[in-house]
Design a protein around this ligand. Structure first.
Ligand SMILES: [Zn+2]
Length: 138
């Protein structure tokens, strides 16, 4: 339903990580898993955002549920959210430009990798669009 950066996550790798965490929990006896209060699913603690107000330092609902909650809020208050975001962008233009330039410099390889994956996925659509553009130019 939600497409995002986790499209690039290797599911097998995640399962492996979960397995290792489970083993560690048995060994150390420390909290590595937590049950989400919203969806009721037991998940690795890394899938909960940090929250200092909680005794175990993590939020009570998982990241996925938090995203869903935010999207619900977003669609209920869309105009307000967009206005607030625009106001922030306008007030922080210079900081944002600097941030993005630095980010591009520091994450060159990662960005190239993602762009290559995106291109592979959308190659057909891009070619189709380019053909259409060419036809329109004639
Ligand atoms: Zn959840």
């Amino acid at each position: 339903m939600f497409k995002g950066s986790y499209e690039f996550v290797d599911i097998a790798l995640l399962e492996q990580l979960e397995q290792r965490l489970e083993e560690r929990e048995e060994k150390v006896g420390k909290i590595v898993f937590k049950v989400c209060r919203r969806c009721g699913i037991r998940k690795p603690i890394l899938q909960f955002t940090t929250d200092k107000r909680n005794t175990n330092g993590r939020a009570s609902i998982c990241k996925k549920c938090k995203i869903i909650e935010y999207l619900k809020y977003y669609y209920a208050n869309r105009e307000n959210v967009l206005l607030t975001n625009k106001r922030y962008r306008d007030n922080h233009k210079r900081d944002r430009t600097k941030y993005f330039q630095d980010y591009q410099k520091d994450h060159k390889e990662h960005l190239q990798k993602i762009a290559a994956i995106w291109y592979k996925k959308n190659r057909r659509r891009i070619k189709k669009r380019n053909l259409k553009l060419k036809a329109n130019l004639k």
